[in-house]
Design a binder for this molecule. Structure first.
Ligand code: SF4
Ligand code: SF4
Length: 480
C-alpha cells in the first residue's frame, strides 16, 4: 500500500461553497463551434507564434496558422474551417492586447490530412517529441508551458519519474475529473507514450480522494500498464501545484527557483497527456479543450470547446448568467482573473470560467491582527503578512530577501485572512516589480557589455592602425 503524503500548508475550501461547484457527474458536452474564432498567437509561456496565414486565406481544421517562435514556444492551429478574417490584436484575459488570427467559420468542418501513428513504439524519442511539438501542446492545467520542451530535458538532466496531475488545479473545477472518467484508457496510453519519449520506467498519477470514481477507473485502466501507479491523495488545495504534487508523491523537494526537472521529475496534467495521446495516435493537433463553466450560470457543466471560442458563445450554451452575477472569473476562483468583457476567447490554458455573486466583491480590509493564519496556510512556507507589509511601503527588495519570488500565487493566504487583506495581490505586485527591475538590470548590463565590446574593438582597430603606420614608416626608413 502506498503511504499517503501531504505538503505543508494549504487549505480545504468546502465544495459547493458560494454556489461555485459544478456537478462533476454530468458528461462532457461538446459545444457547437461558433461563427467566428479568435485564436491568439500567444497562449503559452515563451515566444509568441508567428502567423503563417493572411486575411482572405481559406483554412482547414487542424491547419497550422502560427509557427512556434522559438524553442520555448508553441504552434497554433485553426479550430474551425473557414476564411481568415484578420490577423490583428485582440483582447486577452489578462487585459492586454496581442496578435490573434480571426477565422470566420464556413461550417463545413473540413479537416487537414491527419497522420496517425499505428506503432508509436517504433518511433524514437525525438520523433515522438517532434509530433508533440508540431501539435502545439502546452500544459492544459493552466500553466501553458510548451510540453515538447518538457519532453526534451536539457543540460544532460536525467528524468526518473513522471508525475501526473489528476488533482484538479483549482477547487470547484471538474474538467480533469470528467476527463478521467470518460477517457481513462486514452490517458493511460498517453502516459505510456510519455514514458517512451522520456525513457522512464515509472509514472505516478495523483488523484484527490474526493474523486473515488476516477481513482477506480484510472486504476483499472492502469492495471496492465507496467510502472504506472494511481495514488489517492488527501483533499487539500493547492494539491495540483507542481511543487506540492512532486513532494506529495515522491517526497522530493523542488529547490527554490528550480523546476521538477532538477529533482528528476516531469509533471503533466491529465488533460495534457490526453492531448499527447491524440496527437500521436490520431495525428490531431491541439484545437480544443475541456473547460468547466460553473457558479451562477443557468446550466453549468463541462464543455469540449474549440480554442478561440468567444466566452459569450459558451455562456449562451449554458443558458446565460443568473441575474445576481457580480463578477466573472477566467480560470478558477482561487487563481483566476476577473474579466469585464465576454468577447475574450477560450485559450489553451482556460480550465474554467466561474460566475460569482455578491460574495466575490472585494471585502473591506482591516488592519492585520497578527494571527499567523496566512503563514500557516502558505504551501511555500512564506511569511505573507510580512511580505505584504513590505509591499505596502514599496520595499520590494526586502520582500525579495524573504522569498516573495517563490510565491505560487495560490491565494491560500488571502482565503484564510480574517482581516480580508489582499495578500495575494501584494505578492503579485511585488513579483511584477522585481521582474521589471531584473529586466531593467539585464538590459543595462547587456548595453554596458555591448558598449565595452565596441570600445575594445575600436581600441583594437586603432592599435592595428598604429602598428601598420609604424611598420610602414619603418619600411620607408629601411628603404631610405
Ligand atoms: S499566494 Fe503566495 S504567499 Fe500566499 S499562500 Fe500562496 S504561495 Fe503563500
Ligand atoms: S492572516 Fe491576515 S490578520 Fe492574520 S497574520 Fe496574516 S495578514 Fe495578519
Amino acid at each position: 500500500m502506498f503511504e499517503k503524503k501531504l505538503f505543508p500548508g494549504g487549505i480545504h475550501p468546502r465544495e459547493g461553497e458560494n454556489g461555485k461547484a459544478v456537478n462533476g457527474l454530468n458528461p462532457i458536452r461538446t459545444l457547437d463551434p461558433p461563427p467566428r474564432v479568435i485564436i491568439p498567437l500567444q497562449m503559452h509561456i515563451g515566444a509568441p507564434a508567428k502567423a503563417v496565414v493572411a486575411p482572405g486565406d481559406h483554412v482547414l481544421i487542424g491547419q497550422k496558422i502560427g509557427e512556434a517562435g522559438g524553442f520555448v514556444s508553441a504552434s497554433v492551429h485553426a479550430s474551425v474551417s473557414g476564411t481568415v478574417h484578420a490577423v490583428q490584436d485582440a483582447l486577452l484575459p489578462n487585459g492586454t492586447m496581442a496578435p490573434a488570427v480571426i477565422i470566420d467559420n464556413d461550417y463545413r468542418e473540413s479537416w487537414v490530412d491527419l497522420h496517425p501513428t499505428d506503432h508509436p513504439e517504433n518511433l524514437s524519442a525525438q520523433e515522438l517529441q517532434q509530433i508533440v511539438r508540431e501539435a502545439g501542446i502546452v500544459g492544459l492545467g493552466g500553466a501553458t508551458f510548451p510540453t515538447a520542451v518538457k519532453l526534451s530535458p536539457s543540460g544532460g538532466k536525467k528524468i526518473e519519474k513522471i508525475v501526473l496531475n489528476g488533482a484538479e488545479c483549482e477547487p470547484f473545477l471538474t474538467a480533469d475529473h470528467r476527463l478521467m472518467l470518460e477517457k481513462a484508457a486514452d490517458i493511460i496510453d498517453g502516459v505510456r507514450l510519455m514514458m517512451l519519449a522520456l525513457d522512464v520506467d515509472e509514472a505516478l498519477i495523483g488523484i484527490e480522494e474526493n474523486k473515488q470514481d476516477a481513482i477506480e477507473i484510472m486504476g483499472a485502466a492502469a492495471r496492465e500498464a507496467d510502472g504506472v501507479k494511481v495514488v489517492g491523495l488527501p483533499v487539500r488545495y493547492p494539491q495540483g501545484g507542481e511543487k506540492q504534487l512532486v513532494y506529495a508523491l515522491t517526497r522530493r523537494q523542488v529547490p527554490n527557483g528550480g523546476l521538477p526537472l532538477d529533482v528528476g521529475v516531469v509533471v503533466c496534467n491529465v488533460g495534457t497527456v490526453y492531448a499527447i495521446d491524440q496527437a500521436i495516435r490520431k495525428g490531431r493537433p491541439l484545437i480544443e479543450r475541456i473547460t468547466t463553466v460553473g457558479g451562477l450560470v443557468n446550466n453549468p457543466g463541462n464543455f469540449l470547446v474549440r480554442i478561440g471560442t468567444p466566452i459569450d458563445h459558451l455562456i449562451d450554451a449554458c443558458g446565460g448568467l443568473q441575474s445576481h452575477v457580480r463578477q466573472f472569473i477566467y480560470g478558477g476562483p482561487m487563481m483566476g482573473m476577473a474579466i469585464a468583457r465576454f468577447d475574450i476567447p477560450v485559450t489553451k490554458g482556460c480550465s474554467g470560467l466561474v460566475a460569482l455573486g455578491e460574495e466575490a466583491m472585494e471585502p473591506k480590509e482591516s488592519p492585520c491582527i497578527k494571527c499567523g493564519a496566512c503563514r500557516e496556510a502558505c504551501p511555500m512556507k512564506l511569511f505573507p503578512s510580512r511580505i505584504d507589509a513590505f509591499c505596502r511601503h514599496d520595499r520590494f527588495e526586502d520582500a525579495e530577501k524573504i522569498g516573495v519570488m517563490n510565491c505560487i500565487e495560490c491565494g491560500c493566504c488571502s482565503f484564510v485572512c480574517p482581516a480580508k487583506r489582499s495578500l495575494t495581490q501584494s505578492m503579485r505586485t511585488a513579483k511584477n516589480a522585481i521582474q521589471r527591475k531584473r529586466r531593467r538590470v539585464a538590459t543595462r548590463k547587456a548595453q554596458e557589455e555591448a558598449a565595452q565590446k565596441a570600445r575594445e574593438a575600436a581600441a583594437q582597430q586603432a592599435a592595428e592602425a598604429r602598428n601598420i603606420g609604424t611598420e610602414a614608416a619603418a619600411g620607408k626608413e629601411a628603404q631610405g
